[in-house]
Design a protein around this ligand. Structure first.
Ligand code: NAG
Length: 234
């Protein structure tokens, strides 16, 4: 076997090991999606998920009745997401990957945010979770096909900016480096402090919890106040 054959072999083995490791989780998700296509089950699950919400901050997961959950495209999307999650380089307490992003538009931030005094917010727009030529969702506000070039992605990000004006937004590069490093697909929340990941949210949509993020920030603000008071007392 020559050298390139060996490399090829190692790659194939690595891929096979990865597939084996991800298989149980994937099969579970596939069964869930299949079950969710029975409307009575779907309504019950969505209701349960709604009840579990910690507060009004977390957007409820909404799926209209006529959206199919168990399709070739949905399985591909779930597999893709689980693989990204497994291979991501961002881990709690470790250095935050400094991936390349592209600025969408410079805009003066005028929205007064609850935590603007202690944190800067940045939206990194990644690949579409529900592209119109993939796992289609009629619940999405816009029907956007898969981005084929950076211009496609920037155009779609502009649409998103109109929904949340004043936010700081960048887009992932076309290598999808941020998505890969942070296991961001479908959506995910992070807090980075001093270049370290200090909060890592779960994989969206189920794990996407703004309430959790707020909780972390509240706690942080409290600690800041305490340390400031301590300094003043000296
Ligand atoms: C990045 O994601 C886009 C979909 O938005 C896809 O078309 C492209 O092939 C991906 N790039 C790489 C290097 O995988």
């Amino acid at each position: 076997m020559d050298d390139s054959g060996g490399v090829q072999m190692a790659r194939t083995l690595k891929h096979a090991a990865l597939c084996l490791m991800l298989l149980p989780r994937f099969l579970l998700a596939a069964v869930m999606l299949w079950l969710l296509d029975f409307l009575c089950i779907r309504r019950k699950v969505l209701l349960k998920m709604g009840e579990r919400q910690d507060g009004p901050d977390d957007p409820p997961v909404c799926v209209s009745d006529y959206n199919k959950m168990f399709t070739w495209e949905s399985l591909r999307a779930v597999w893709h997401g689980q693989k990204l999650d497994f291979l991501k380089s961002a881990h709690l307490g470790q250095a935050a990957p400094n991936t390349e992003v592209v600025l969408v538009q410079e805009r003066k931030q005028r929205v007064v945010r609850q935590y603007a005094d202690i944190a800067d917010f940045l939206v990194v727009y990644i690949e579409e979770a529900h592209p119109s030529d993939g796992w289609v969702s009629s619940d999405a506000p816009y029907q956007i096909p898969k981005h084929r070039c950076l211009e496609d992605r920037l155009r779609a990000a502009q649409l998103m900016l109109t929904e949340i004006p004043g936010s700081n937004m960048v887009v992932d590069n076309m290598d999808n480096s941020s998505n890969a490093a942070y296991g961001a697909y479908f959506e995910r929340l992070y807090i980075v402090m001093d270049e370290t990941v200090v909060y890592q949210g779960g994989r969206g949509p189920e794990g996407y919890r703004i309430s959790e993020l707020k909780c972390w920030l509240e706690q942080y603000r409290k600690e800041l106040l305490v340390s400031q008071t301590a300094v003043l007392c000296v």
